[in-house]
Design a protein around this ligand. Structure first.
Ligand code: FMN
Length: 208
């Protein structure tokens, strides 16, 4: 918590009072004996006293074997109950990210009074214009691909590669398969590692 709070204040000192600074905070890392709801509430209360402008509530970790928030039962947003508890300990604007798939879910979360902003990740990867459609009152909902027997890391690789396609305007209506996504993801990482080593390799080796 001290690391986070000192980082927030150092960033504030660097960017000045008008630049928006937000924190994306885990409500739980879903690890046994790890960072849980009570810890997170303490951090929210401390952030309330900080100069941060917005707290985005989320959860989970990429730690191998950790339960994914999307493994949980229910189809709605993952951390709404926690957001309600956080609302009681802060007056900062709260954003909630994780599990939003439909406009109705987003509206319900807003109406609950617990959150001020809804965060979308995968839904935006699937339909980058979604907020525009929703604001225009259209009923458009993103089509979430279903993957059965997904290999480890497959779904993250798939969304990452899809995001890369969206960023380069090369996405197609056809969803590629997870095996291909993992291969592309690993190839991209390898290429990036080579670029990184070309630039920083000597220094990094010097440190080691
Ligand atoms: C391809 C991809 C990359 C992500 N990268 C990050 C990241 O760098 N940092 C982070 O805090 N969350 C990251 N996330 C998690 C999302 O921000 C979000 O918390 C999570 O996907 C749940 O929201 P959703 O149900 O709207 O997808 C990533 C998610 C995806 C799908």
């Amino acid at each position: 918590m001290r690391l986070l709070l000192e980082t927030v204040e150092a960033i504030r000192a660097a960017v000045g009072p008008k630049f928006p600074v937000a924190v994306k905070l885990n409500s739980s890392d879903q690890l046994e004996g790890g960072f849980g709801g009570e810890d997170a509430l303490e951090v929210v209360a401390a952030l309330d006293r900080s100069s941060v402008d917005l707290i985005d509530i989320s959860g989970g970790t990429y730690f191998p074997g950790a339960k994914s928030a999307s493994d949980g039962a229910g189809r709605g947003p993952y951390f709404l109950e926690f957001a309600k508890r956080a609302r009681a300990v802060t007056t900062k604007p709260l954003m909630l990210t994780g599990g939003f798939k439909t406009r109705a879910q987003a509206e319900d979360a807003m109406v609950s009074g617990a959150v001020d902003i809804v965060g979308l990740a995968r839904a935006l990867v699937l339909e980058p214009s979604l907020p525009e459609f929703w604001k225009a009152g259209q009923k458009t909902e993103p089509v979430f691909p279903r993957f059965s027997d997904a290999p480890d890391g497959g779904i993250t690789a798939w969304y990452t590669m899809r995001l890369t396609e969206v960023g380069t305007d090369t996405e197609t209506p056809v969803f590629s398969d997870l095996g291909q996504a993992i291969q592309d993801y690993e190839a991209r990482d390898k290429m990036r590692t080579e670029v990184w080593l070309r630039h920083f390799g000597h220094e990094a080796m010097g440190q080691i």
